[in-house]
Design a binder for this molecule. Structure first.
Ligand code: AGP
Length: 609
C-alpha cells in the first residue's frame, strides 16, 4: 500500500506534493510526510493521521523549495507514528527515501548495516533503503540506487532525494506501481496517475526493474544495468471530475448511485441482444481456444473474489464447465492443479493487488491462459494478463467497493454467455434472451435506488447491534458474503455470511434476539428452502431483515423488516440484490459516525502480501 509523489520543477514542491498525496490517500492514511530541498538542506515534515494534519504542520512550518518527495502511509512494519512515517533518512540526514511495499530481507540488511555502524531511528523496513544507498553512495546517486536495488528482496517502489545531488530525484520500481509525468520545465513521479493529473496527462509507466532519474528538463528510464531505455508516453483521456463527490456526503454513496451508469458503461458496445451476439474481441481468446479449456479457476481477493463466486455459478450454469474460485493468497501457495487447458480468470478493481498479481504470475508459470477482469486501465495485472476485460466503472474512491463489484458481476455474465455460446451449450436465442434482460438492469437498479429511503429506517433500527448474520443461497450466497463484508469493513460490526442451508450445521447456535439475520430471499429455484431457513431463525427468537422480490406478500408473515427489490431472473439477481445491502451498510456506518470512505486499518489498494 502507501502512496508516493515526487516533484522537480519551478513551483513550490510542498503544494504539489500535498495535493498529490490527498489524491493518493485511498492507498493509506495513517501517517504522511514530505521532504523538500530547501536551499542546501532538506526540510522534513511528518505527521500521524491524514494528510490534513501534515498540511497544518506545513502551514505552521513551511518547507520552501522546488524539488521534493512525499508519502502517505499504510503501516506494515512499525506502528503509525511520526518517527515511522516517511520520508526516512540515512545517518547523515542528507538523503531521504519514500517507499511503497515490503523489503522482505530488511532484518538481514539492518543487522549488516548496524554492524557496519549505521544507526536506525524507526521500526520500518524502509529505513534500510536509505542506509543501504548511503553505504553505496560515492557521489553518484543513480549508481548507489542501482547497487541498492540489487540487494533488496520483495515487492516495492521507492523514490530518493539527496541534498548533495540537488537537481534530481531517483526512483526504482520492483513490483509496486510507479509512474512518471512529463511537464514543461517540471516533472513528476507518483504511485498513481490521479496524483499528478492536474499537472500533466503525459505519463510513462515504469516496468519492474526499471530505474528512473527525474530532473527539471528530462526523465530518463534505465534498465537494471543502467542502460537508458526508450519508453512510450501514454496520453490520459479521463479527468478527475469523475473522482469528485458531486454533492454526495461520501464517495461510497455516490458510487452506489453511479451503478446504473457504470453498468451501462460495462455493457456498452459488447453485445447485440436481438441477434444474440457478443463482441468480446478484447479477451484476446479465439472461439476455438475458449472451446478447448477443460476448467476455469477464478482468483481474486475480497469483493473481487465474491464477484468471482457469482461468476462460478454463472459459468457453470451457462457454459457447463467446471469452475473453482479461490482467494488469491491461498491459490498462489497451494500447488493448484492447473495447466495449459485451464483458463485462469483474475479479478481486480485496482489491478495491482499483490496477491492477485502473484497468483496470476503463478498461473502463467504453470502454463494457464490468464484473463483479467480489471477496472484500472494499464494497471500491473492488466498489462500482464493474456487478455483483459475492462469493466469501465471509472475511478472508485470509497475503500468499500460497490460499483466495481456490480460491474465485475456484469462482466462475468457476458463472459459466461460467450463461453456458453462458443462451447455450444447455449443457443443464440437463449443468449439473446439473457442479454435483453441484462440491458434493462441499469434502469431496474435506478428504480430500486429511487425507492430506497426505507433502508435508512432499517439502518436506524439496527445500527446499535454488535453482530449480524447474512444468509443467501445459490447465486445469492455471494451476495450475502458481499453484504456482510460491506457492513464489517465500514461499520466495524461483526458480520458473517453463511449459505442459508448450512446455518443449521453450527451458526444457528448464535441466533437470539440480539443478532439480526439478513436473508436474501428473492424469487429463485431455492426460494422455498430459504423461507424454511428464515422460519428456523424465527423459531429461535431471531430478528429477520429480508431482501424480497416486489409483490411477494407471502414474505410479510416471516420478516421483521422487508426491503423489496424489482423482480429479475435468478441469474441476474445478484446485480440487483446487492444494492440494498450496500445501502444498509452505508447508512449503519454513517449513523455510527464511522469514517465511511476511509475505514480504519484498510486501504483501497493492497499492494503488500
Ligand atoms: C472491498 O470493499 C474491499 N475493500 C476489498 O475486499 C477489495 O475488494 C480487495 O482488496 C480486492 O481489491 P482489488 O479489486 O483492487 O484487487
Amino acid at each position: 500500500m502507501c502512496g508516493i509523489v515526487g516533484y522537480v520543477g519551478h513551483q513550490e514542491a510542498a503544494d504539489i506534493l500535498l495535493e498529490g498525496l490527498k489524491k493518493l490517500e485511498y492507498r493509506g492514511y495513517d501517517s504522511a510526510g514530505i521532504a523538500v530541498l530547501q536551499g542546501e538542506a532538506i526540510a522534513l515534515r511528518r505527521e500521524v493521521g491524514k494528510i490534513r494534519n501534515l498540511e497544518r504542520e506545513v502551514l505552521a512550518n513551511p518547507a520552501a523549495g522546488t524539488l521534493g518527495i512525499g508519502h502517505t502511509r499504510w503501516a506494515t512494519h512499525g506502528r503509525p507514528t511520526a518517527y515511522n512515517a516517511h520520508p526516512h533518512t540515512d545517518c547523515s540526514g542528507k538523503l531521504v527515501v519514500v517507499h511503497n511495499g515490503i523489503i522482505e530481507n530488511y532484518l538481514e540488511l539492518k543487522n549488516e548495516l548496524t554492524e557496519s555502524g549505521h544507526s536506525f531511528n524507526s521500526e520500518t523496513d524502509t529505513e534500510v533503503i536509505a542506509h543501504l544507498i548511503e553505504s553505496y553512495n560515492e557521489g553518484d546517486l543513480l549508481l548507489a540506487v542501482q547497487k541498492t536495488y540489487g540487494r533488496l528482496r520483495g515487492t516495492y517502489a521507492c523514490v530518493v532525494l539527496d541534498q548533495r545531488d540537488p537537481d534530481r530525484i531517483v526512483g526504482v520500481k520492483a513490483g509496486n506501481p510507479l509512474i512518471a509525468g512529463l511537464g514543461d520545465g517540471e516533472q513528476f513521479l507518483a504511485s498513481d496517475v490521479a496524483a499528478i493529473l492536474s499537472y500533466t496527462r503525459d505519463i510513462i509507466y515504469l516496468e519492474d526493474g526499471e530505474i528512473i532519474e527525474v530532473t527539471r528538463d528530462a526523465i530518463t528510464v534505465y534498465d537494471p544495468d543502467l542502460r537508458p531505455k526508450n519508453k512510450e508516453v501514454s496520453r490520459i483521456d479521463w479527468n478527475l471530475v469523475a473522482a469528485e463527490k458531486a454533492g454526495y456526503e461520501h464517495f461510497m454513496l455516490k458510487e452506489i448511485h453511479e451503478q446504473p451508469a457504470t453498468l451501462t458503461n460495462t455493457l456498452g458496445g459488447r453485445f447485440d441482444d436481438r441477434q444474440g451476439k457478443l463482441f468480446l474481441d478484447e479477451l484476446n481468446l479465439s472461439a476455438e481456444t475458449l472451446a478447448k479449456f477443460e476448467r476455469i479457476s477464478i482468483v481474486a481477493c475480497g469483493t473481487a473474489l465474491y464477484s468471482g463466486y457469482v461468476g462460478k455459478y454463472l459459468l457453470e450454469e451457462f457454459a457447463r464447465i467446471p469452475v473453482d474460485a479461490d482467494f488469491a493468497s491461498e491459490f498462489r501457495y497451494r500447488n493448484p492443479v492447473i495447466d495449459d487447458r485451464t483458463l485462469v480468470i483474475v479479478v481486480s478493481q485496482s489491478g495491482e493487488t499483490a496477491d492477485t498479481l502473484a497468483a496470476m504470475r503463478e498461473a502463467k508459470r504453470r502454463g494457464a491462459t490468464t484473463l483479467g477482469i480489471i477496472n484500472v486501465k494499464d494497471s500491473a495485472i492488466a498489462r500482464e494478463c493474456d487478455g483483459v476485460f475492462y469493466i469501465h466503472a471509472g475511478p472508485e474512491i470509497g475503500v468499500a467497493s460497490t460499483k466495481a463489484y456490480t460491474a465485475m458481476v456484469a462482466a462475468f455474465v457476458l463472459i459466461a454467455l460467450h463461453l456458453g455460446q462458443v462451447r455450444g451449450k447455449l443457443s443464440t436465442v437463449q443468449v439473446g434472451e439473457v442479454l435483453a434482460e441484462l440491458k434493462t438492469i441499469p434502469s431496474v437498479i435506478s428504480r430500486m435506488l429511487e425507492g430506497a429511503d426505507h433502508i435508512q429506517d432499517v439502518a436506524q433500527a439496527f445500527a446499535a447491534c454488535r453482530d449480524f448474520l447474512f444468509l443467501g443461497r445459490g447465486v445469492n450466497f455471494p451476495t450475502a458474503m458481499e453484504g456482510a463484508l460491506k457492513l464489517k469493513e465500514i461499520s466495524y460490526i461483526h458480520a458473517e455470511a453463511y449459505a442459508a442451508g448450512e446455518m443449521k450445521h453450527g451458526p444457528i447456535a448464535l441466533i437470539d434476539e440480539h443478532m439480526p439475520v439478513v436473508a436474501v430471499a428473492t424469487k429463485s429455484a431455492t426460494y422455498d428452502k430459504v423461507l424454511s431457513n428464515i422460519q428456523e431463525v424465527k423459531a429461535r427468537n431471531g430478528t429477520v431483515i429480508v431482501v424480497a422480490t416486489e409483490g411477494d406478500l407471502n414474505i410479510t408473515e416471516y420478516a421483521d423488516q422487508i426491503i423489496y427489490v424489482p423482480a429479475v431472473s435468478e441469474a441476474l439477481s445478484p446485480l440487483v440484490n446487492v444494492v440494498p445491502l450496500q445501502l444498509l451498510a452505508y447508512h449503519i456506518a454513517r449513523l455510527r459516525g464511522c469514517d465511511v470512505d476511509q475505514p480504519r486499518n484498510l486501504a483501497k489498494s493492497v499492494t503488500v502480501e
